[in-house]
Each structure stands twice: as structure tokens, then as C-alpha cells.
Design a protein around this ligand. Sequence first.
Ligand code: GLN
Length: 271
Amino acid sequence: MNYKLSYYQEKLDSETLKNEFIFYLKEKLFFNDKDIYLNKDRELSVEEQNLIQDFIEKKKEGTPLDYILNSSKFYKNDFYVDSRVLIPRPETEMLVDYINNNFSSSLKVLDAGTGCGCIGISIALKNPNFDVYGSDYSTDSLDVAAINKKTLDPKNFSLIHANWLSCFEKNSFDLIVSNPPYISDQDPHLSNLMHEPNKALVASDDGLGDIKLIVDQSTKVLKNDGILILEHGYDQQNEVTDIFKSNHFSNISTLKDFQSHPRITLGIFKS
Ligand code: GLN
């Protein structure tokens, strides 16, 4: 039985789903507006129907569209993603933007917990004079980041298997950036994030465990006057600022996201 596009469109019950479906048709089936809006009563091929059925089934399970398409837009580039890594978030682009707009001299930079590599690769592409490293403890993440390194081809980006900063020598970096796991295991938002890897989202100690580790370890590997920039939860500014203060950081400030939530804290390390 050959169904028409309108048959599937009528089955979608929310605006979000309808919009995601249109995006999917364009990206995966290469449909244009004419195919979607004017020719929606043409009979679909078996192959087209199979692809559409795949979308519908995955959406029924709540799979995010970026995982279905294996692609996520971040800082104007398409990153390969799958369920082994977190889907890059628009707020994280602010972190990259801040670095791109505020530093120009040659810097040695670490993106700790690089996931799909979105932060490190975006910084490396924009700043060819930087020497950028992306580290992760998860070899699954490193496999995904390696795909993006190959496709986007930054010449100044290397991947390292590391448990946060423990393997690096003293005075290794001018700048350390991270979007670490910072959600408490009690956070009710977790139920909406069940398709993403738990270890990329959840940290011990009410979500602050990994942030504490990174700040502490960064004092051993940052150069004097080196900078640490961390993304964190909208309600963690005070705690994160205190952690920076008690670890010899000065000029501590916090940047707000698009919704005016304090989400990125940075400080200068004075040895
Ligand atoms: N650095 C990656 C990102 O910002 C992964 C972050 C993570 O897994 N916590 O998307």
C-alpha cells in the first residue's frame, strides 16, 4: 500500500512534531517546500515510507531529532551525534563565543569532557593560532569526537583520553574550558533527558562533584594567569563562585544565558 505524505502529516499531533517532521523530510529525504506543501497527495515510494516510518517510531520513543538525523548544528557547523554523546546546546555556543571574542594571542587550550568535540573543534576552527585539545574519559565520546575532527578538519585540535585533568603536567594550559556534568541525580528535569548519556549529565554532590574536581585539578595544570571557564546550572552561580574563590582564582565573573540565567563562570588563576 502506497500512502501519501498527507496521511502521515495528519497523524502528527503537536506543532513541534509537525515542524520536526518537515525538518526531517528536508534533511533526510531531500524534500523541498513543493514536495511538502503542494505535492503532498502524491504516492510515496516504499523507501520514502520506510524512512518516514522510522521517524515516527523513534519519535514515539521520545528520541531527540538530532539523534534521529545523527546531526546537530553548533556554532554554524554540523556535528555528528548519536546516543553516546550529549546533544550540543545553544547556551554552550555562548561559551565558545566568549572565547572567540576575548582572546587572540596564541593559546594552549583544553576542552575538558569534550563529548562530540563541539566546544574544542569550534574554538580550533575559529582560532588557527590556538593549540586546542579535547579530552574525555569516555572512549565512546572520543570515537564520536574523532568523527567530527575528521569531517570538520581543524588542523590544531587533538583528542586525549583523560580522567578530567589528572594526566596533565604543571603549567600545561593558558585556558581550560568545560561543559561538565552538573545535574543532581535528584533533578526532575532528568526524566526529559533519558535518551542522553547519564554520565554526561549527572554529577555527585548535588551536581557539583565534577566542577569541584575540575577547579581543584585546574590549579595544578593552568599557567599563572591562566583562565578557567565552566558552564553550570542556572542555580549554581554562588556555589561555583565559592569553589573558584577557595582555589586561588581571582576576577571571577559569571555570564548570563539568553534567558538571563547565570550559566558560565570564569576566573583567572593566580599561583
Ligand atoms: N562538551 C560537550 C558539550 O558541551 C559535552 C558536554 C558533556 O558531555 N557534559 O556538548
